[in-house]
Ligand binder design. Structure first.
Ligand SMILES: Nc1nc2c(ncn2[C@@H]2O[C@H](COP(=O)(O)OP(=O)(O)O)[C@@H](O)[C@H]2O)c(=O)[nH]1
Ligand SMILES: [Mg+2]
Length: 212
C-alpha cells in the first residue's frame, strides 16, 4: 500500500462552548490530553508546519476546539487540555461538559489519547480514558516526549503508562522534537481515514435502500 501522506493542512475554525461545529466530514480525529502534554506539537509535527497549531507556552490557555482541515478531506481536531491547576471548580465542570459533549456527539471517529511517557497518568487522564471507553469511540494511546527516555526503554515506558491508565498495555512512543513514531502515526491515520470513508459510504447505501 502506498504510504499515507498529509499534503495539505490549514486551520479552519475554533469552536467555543455553545457555538456550532463546522459541517461534518466522514473522518474526524481528535487529539486529547492534559495541558502541555504535546497536543499542538503533535499536530504541527504531523503536518510539517511548526506554525499551524500555536504551541502555547502558557498551559491551559486554549479553551477552544480547534479544527484543522487536512488533505481537503478530513479533520484533525485540537481539544482544550485538562489538568490546569488554576482552574476553578466551575471552569472544570464547564470543561467537562464541553469535552464530554463533544466526545459523545458522534463527530469524532477516533481519539488520539496523549499521555506523557515519563509520568504516571493523572486522575484526569484516567477519567478521560473512562469517558472514552464509555463513549465507544475508538482510540489510540500515544506516549509523548519519547525523546526524554532512552531508546531501549521507550516501548517499555510507553506500555507501562498505558497499563497504569487502565488501558491495554500498548501506547505508541512519540516525539515531535525527534519525529519518533511519526511513521507509525501516519499509518494509523491512513487506516482511520480509509475506515471512516468506507463506513460513511455504507451508511449512505443503507439510507438509499431505505428510501427505495
Ligand atoms: N522534549 C519534548 N518536548 C515537547 C515535545 N512535544 C511538546 N514538547 C514541549 O512541551 C510543551 C507543551 O507542548 P504543546 O504542544 O503546546 O502542548 P499542548 O498544551 O498539549 O498543546 C512545549 O514547551 C513543547 O515544546 C516532544 O516531543 N519532546
Ligand atoms: Mg495546545
Amino acid at each position: 500500500m502506498k504510504q499515507f501522506a498529509i499534503n495539505q493542512a490549514t486551520f479552519l475554525t475554533s469552536v467555543g462552548q455553545g457555538q456550532s461545529y463546522p459541517a461534518p466530514l466522514p473522518c474526524e480525529i481528535a487529539v486529547v490530553g492534559r495541558s502541555n502534554v504535546g497536543k499542538s506539537s503533535l499536530i504541527n509535527c504531523l503536518t510539517n508546519n511548526q506554525k499551524l497549531a500555536r504551541i502555547s507556552q502558557t498551559p491551559g490557555k486554549t479553551r477552544l476546539i480547534n479544527y484543522f482541515l487536512l488533505n481537503n478531506a478530513f479533520y484533525l481536531v485540537d481539544l482544550p487540555g485538562y489538568g490546569f491547576a488554576k482552574r476553578s471548580k466551575d471552569e472544570q465542570k464547564d470543561w467537562g461538559d464541553f469535552i464530554g459533549g463533544y466526545v459523545a456527539s458522534g463527530r469524532p471517529k477516533h481519539l488520539f489519547l496523549l499521555i506523557d511517557i515519563r509520568h504516571e497518568p493523572s486522575q484526569e487522564d484516567k477519567q478521560m480514558f473512562q469517558w472514552t471507553l464509555y463513549s465507544g469511540v475508538p482510540f489510540t494511546l500515544i506516549a509523548t516526549k519519547a525523546d526524554k527516555i532512552s531508546k531501549s526503554q521507550r516501548a517499555v515506558a510507553a506500555n507501562k503508562a498505558a497499563k497504569l491508565l487502565g488501558a491495554p498495555p500498548f501506547a505508541i512512543p512519540f516525539s515531535s522534537e525527534e519525529k519518533i513514531g511519526k511513521d507509525a502515526l501516519m499509518e494509523r491515520i491512513g487506516q482511520i481515514y480509509q475506515d471512516s470513508v468506507l463506513q460513511a459510504e455504507r451508511k449512505t447505501e443503507e439510507e438509499t435502500e431505505e428510501d427505495e
